[in-house]
Write a protein that binds this ligand. Structure first.
Ligand code: NDP
Length: 250
């Protein structure tokens, strides 16, 4: 229920405290969704984001949940449906990198990235899809990466997780289309968030020189694409992998 007393649609966003997830929470709140988001550690960022609800007259609720923890994700989603109502849209933005050339890759680096980026998507979609099927409506957007389409050196773990998200999303779109559910993947290129802030100046310069638009994207640009995909304006789009990358993959 929104602050104005009308029934809102409900959206779920993982990795909502920072970057693309945070911008997505704001975009969906702006579009009239009550939004439940999760994050792993940054309580302060989560509390400031919750205030977005007052700005847009909807509820925005943050919960600390590790998406790699299946039972915790299920409990979070059950609690969200009790508090806000059935979930209409789910966006999985939680993601991490642990880069290393494969020859130096540590098992822990491989596991952490797959557990968070790919298993996290499975846990969320597994928990929301039955309700969506019963209601014969729902939109899911999973955040992949151009690394999942083309591969990035020193990121075999990350590229595998993001390619996995594409296969998963397409399979789920086929499985659930007849139940009125749409599932899409978004594959961003370089987006100016904390995740790419770790790049050194030379790597950043080199990356920029290969982007036809000669700049990184913003989290808000990705969020607007996600907001479009979960909206009724995208009612005939499913199983798509939409790249938003300034042309870097041309
Ligand atoms: P950020 O590092 O800026 O933010 C990551 C968010 O995910 C944070 O809110 C973080 O929470 C949360 N998070 C991380 N691990 C977990 C976990 N185990 N459980 C719950 N939440 C978690 O990342 P970006 O915004 O840059 O990236 C968002 C998504 O977009 C990721 O999936 C990323 O792979 C993808 N992407 C990003 C690109 C880029 O250039 N930035 C390019 C292509 C894809 P907390 O702060 O509490 O730790």
């Amino acid at each position: 229920m929104s602050d104005t007393g009308t029934t809102s649609r409900v959206a779920l966003v993982t990795g909502g405290s920072r970057g693309i997830g945070r911008a997505t929470v704001r975009a969906l709140a702006r579009d009239g969704f009550d939004v439940a988001f999760c994050y792993r550690s940054d309580d302060e960022a989560a509390r400031t984001l919750e205030k977005t609800g007052q700005e847009f007259g909807v509820q925005v609720v943050g919960t600390r949940v590790d998406v790699a923890d299946g039972p915790a994700v299920r409990a979070w989603i059950e609690a969200t449906e009790e508090q806000l109502g059935p979930i209409d849209a789910a966006v999985t933005a939680a993601g991490i990198t642990r880069d290393n050339p494969l020859v130096l890759m540590e098992d822990e680096q491989w596991r952490q990235v797959l557990d968070t980026n790919l298993d996290g998507v499975y846990h969320v979609c597994r928990a929301v899809v039955f309700g969506m099927m019963k209601r014969r409506a729902g939109a899911i957007v999973n955040i992949s990466s151009v690394a999942g389409v083309y591969g990035h050196g020193t990121q075999t773990n990350y590229s595998a997780s993001k390619a996995g998200i594409i296969g998963f999303s397409r399979a789920l779109a086929k499985e659930t289309g007849r139940a009125g559910i749409r599932v899409n993947a978004v594959a961003p290129g370089f987006i100016d968030t904390d995740m790419v802030a770790a790049m050194n100046d030379k790597a950043r310069k080199d990356a920029l020189s290969t982007i036809p638009l000669r700049r990184m994207g913003t989290a808000e640009e990705v969020a607007d694409l996600v907001a479009y995909l979960v909206s009724d304006k995208a009612s005939y789009i499913t199983g798509a992998v939409l790249q938003i990358d300034g042309g870097i993959t041309i």
